[in-house]
Design a protein around this ligand. Structure first.
Ligand SMILES: *[C@@H]1O[C@H](CO)[C@@H](O)[C@H](O)[C@H]1NC(C)=O
Ligand SMILES: *[C@@H]1O[C@H](CO)[C@@H](O)[C@H](O)[C@H]1NC(C)=O
Ligand SMILES: *[C@@H]1O[C@H](CO)[C@@H](O)[C@H](O)[C@H]1NC(C)=O
Length: 398
């Protein structure tokens, strides 16, 4: 072996060591996860470096490297797919071709991707919407919303809200042959955050006569107040990674990097807002088995100046877990998927507890060997099973 190849080998081993994370022992396809982890970690490190050099914005650079594949609206033998706008918001609509005597169910789907990396044209979202429309014989609306890093909260919330409100209008539902009594609101990850927030608000909106009958949230992120939950501690090294997660949360409000540091150190809640912590208190809201050896640390409170600068930080539309019990009691029947090896696991678990305490009917599917974004991973048995469980729940409850 020449000296050059020896150096290359050493470099290779170092890089592999740096990006390697041992997968959970129960994960179905460990190599897939090792590869995904290594890819994501490399992309994040590279993006950090490129940003440090001042060459490119971290978020824009990740967007390019991740290269989430987009597809045009192509109809197939069963489903007609069209791009249109609802209240100026671009949406993609999936309508079954088969004649139907009865009005159909309607699904309004809000995609994930950290408010940044995906759109209604992303292949994973297209596949899931097409599949749902076909198998459930439902009209599926896949809504866009304006993305980070260019647009910040509340733009994302408002885009989704406005497009949902448009869909819920009598004429629009009639046009697509949708039964106003059978509408479901579905979202995954950051889209689950938007779905949960939007459904809380639309219930009180007198302009919107029709309300969703159910909500389904797939591994949603539901609160920004506590970045030190057991699932944050345990899964910081699995996608979407703690570093990226906190950056995205911070970018949701501002491009100011000092906010990110404050959130990362969990010092972004000022003492005068400490009463809100009970809504996200994992020590009381998580089932015991998820707390295990974790200790609920006393907080270091943040400055009031921070809240003055970023008043949206503690907005209920940002953290749907901040809704009080009275609000939660009015929510529709709910289906929540959480994954064990997911940084957002405890957000979902706490919402399950709080909704159940408020008397809402909740079906909770906890995937013991699951990671965040499972629905977008193809070829896994567990993904297949999870999709079918979701589908049967919709058939029964919507
Ligand atoms: C269309 O529906 C038929 C009958 O359910 C099914 O066998 C076929 O795979 C579907 N086509 C697509 C593209 O999903
Ligand atoms: C969180 O819950 C624990 C256990 O129920 C309790 O002792 C603690 O005071 C709570 N803390 C906050 C901030 O609500
Ligand atoms: C938190 O503060 C309380 C009261 O100040 C104290 O009794 C408790 O030991 C502290 N807990 C931890 C984990 O530091």
């Amino acid at each position: 072996m020449g000296r050059k190849s020896l150096y290359l080998l050493i470099l290779g081993v170092l890089v592999a060591y740096y990006v390697y994370t041992p997968p959970p022992s129960d994960f179905e396809d460990p190599w897939k996860l090792i590869w995904l982890n290594a890819k994501m970690k490399t992309i994040i490190h590279l993006a950090n470096f490129i940003e440090l050099l001042g060459l490119y914005n971290f978020m824009d650079f990740i967007k390019i490297l991740l290269h989430v594949k987009e597809v045009p609206p192509i109809s197939d033998e069963n489903i007609t797919v069209t791009d249109t706008t609802f209240n100026h918001i671009p949406v993609r609509v999936y309508v079954p071709k088969k004649q139907s005597k009865a009005l159909r169910r309607g699904i309004f789907y809000i995609h994930g991707g950290g408010w940044t990396f995906e759109s209604a044209a992303s292949q994973n979202n297209d596949l899931l919407s097409r599949w749902t429309a076909d198998r459930l014989d439902a009209v599926v609306v896949l809504s866009n919303y304006r993305l980070l890093p260019k647009y910040h909260f509340p733009i994302q919330f408002e885009d989704v809200y406005n497009s949902l409100k448009w869909f819920l209008r009598k004429e629009v539902l009639a046009k697509y042959g949708v039964n106003p009594e059978r509408i479901g609101l579905v979202g995954s990850s950051s889209g689950g955050n938007l779905a949960a927030a939007v459904v809380q608000k639309i219930l009180d909106d007198p302009e919107s006569k029709f309300k969703p009958k159910i909500q389904s949230l797939f591994y949603p992120t539901l609160q920004i107040l506590d970045m030190d939950t057991p699932s944050h501690r345990e899964n910081s090294n699995f996608p979407p990674f703690r570093q990226l997660t906190v950056r995205l949360w911070s970018e949701y409000f501002s491009t100011d990097r000092s906010l990110e540091k404050t959130i990362l150190s969990n010092q972004h809640v000022p003492v005068e807002s400490s009463h809100l912590l009970k809504f996200v208190n994992w020590s009381s809201l998580l089932p015991k088995r998820f707390i295990k050896g974790h200790v609920y640390n006393n907080r270091t409170y943040g400055s009031s100046e921070l809240l003055k600068k970023y008043p949206d930080l503690l907005d209920v539309r940002v953290s749907p877990l901040l809704a009080d019990d009275k609000k939660l009691r009015s929510l529709p029947q709910t289906y929540i998927i959480t994954c064990q090896h997911d940084i957002f696991r405890d957000d979902g678990l706490m919402y399950v507890t709080r909704l159940q305490n408020a008397g809402v009917s909740v079906t909770h599917n906890h995937i013991e060997n699951g990671i965040h974004g499972l629905l977008s991973l193809s070829g896994l048995k567990i993904t297949h099973k999870m999709k079918n469980q979701y589908l049967s729940w919709l058939r029964e409850n919507l």
